[in-house]
Design a protein around this ligand. Sequence first.
Ligand SMILES: [Cu+2]
Length: 447
Amino acid sequence: MNKRYSMLFSVTAVAVLAATLFGSTYTQSQVVGSTLTSSSSMSQTIHEMGGLKLVMPQAFASLDCDKIEEGRNVVSFDLYARSADLPVMGGKTYKAMTFSGQVPGPTLRVTQGDVVMMTLTIPEDEPTPHGNDMHASQMHSGPFGKVLPGQSRTYCYVAEVPGTFKYHCSGVDIAGMDQHVLSGMYGMTIVDPIKGYKPLSVDKTAVENGAVKIDRKSYSADAREFTLQYNQLYLDDEGGYDQSKMFKHETTYTVVNGMSFGYVPNANHNKLIKGDANKNIFVVQPWNGDELKQYQSQLLFVETGQHVRIFIENQGNEPVFWHVVGEIIDRVTQGNVVQAKGTETYEIGGSQGAIMDIVFDEPGVYAAVNHDYAAIFTGAASIFVAGDPFGLNEQLGTNAASYADLLGNPSDAVPPMGKNSLEHPKINLHGLYTDERADELKSELGL
Ligand SMILES: [Cu+2]
């Protein structure tokens, strides 16, 4: 468990004694919505108290934004909070809470040693305060606290440790934190190692003079990159957050980058591959059609023989048993430490990240799953297509290397560029974005 959380929750046990409590002007229904059905003692107590404020100034002094050492690169990261109804499968919507109008929130990418200057703004019309806890920092959300509607607050930290890290809303001084995070207020920070990523070597075998030998393949650190963030939705019949389901681990949907089955074929793929838009290759097809709305599913395209790096963050409440059907994960890195090589599945616990390096050798369709059947069948199956397994190049008379050139990759699975990133040939709008955010991104992406 993240040390900040373990500290918070052990403190929770003696909350009344150890914390400085204060009254809140926000009612419980404003803080947590009207869907709180559990009267579970401790979180209920925190809600009733209006939140927790932990005062430990010595242990968690933040970096003074006015006193940053010369020579450090400062990266500004501006977020705003926006509650909105966003779609889930079955033509319904749920009561989402977002950073900057999207789930997950924008991905921050920095280099080890950079200063992050994060500013959270809460618009006047937001129904509740919000906070932010960035796991790439080494201080908890207590001193940052809740930011009230109409206000903004900034804090600074040095991103000392490379890897992938969660950031998330800390609720209203922790009250409602579960609701805010499980409704969409989470995102990822990628901290690139100061010396860049390590080259990848993969041992294969080859027959030489009638004998089997190791045939080591080497790949440069430069890779085509993706981000996949896993979470759950726990919903009541009206699309509100159902805390009693969360306590019982009754997942309504499993989401990858905010959506269930967000990376499966859409009508255009079906037309190309099956010759008929309605002949679905994959049976669970949430938004089929030609309109290419931001929510419509898309596929993840890679080349064969290409170094692919996938930044994963488990934002949720359940473990992720990360597995690619038909592949072996060539390397798993956490922080800047290689944890595994040549592994079939790698477990990523809640609020934990990992960097997966894979080379897809054969053209084909590969499903990246959380190999927990409850997760697969509620949304955690994402399709990678390597090379040209359907012979589309011949059909279309193109000599593109793969479908990435023709059809493009979805914007919500593509991280900002880092020093070892290979540029995606084409990027399409795709993601759990509000219409306002989708319009902003369209102009950013030049679509
Ligand atoms: Cu929030």
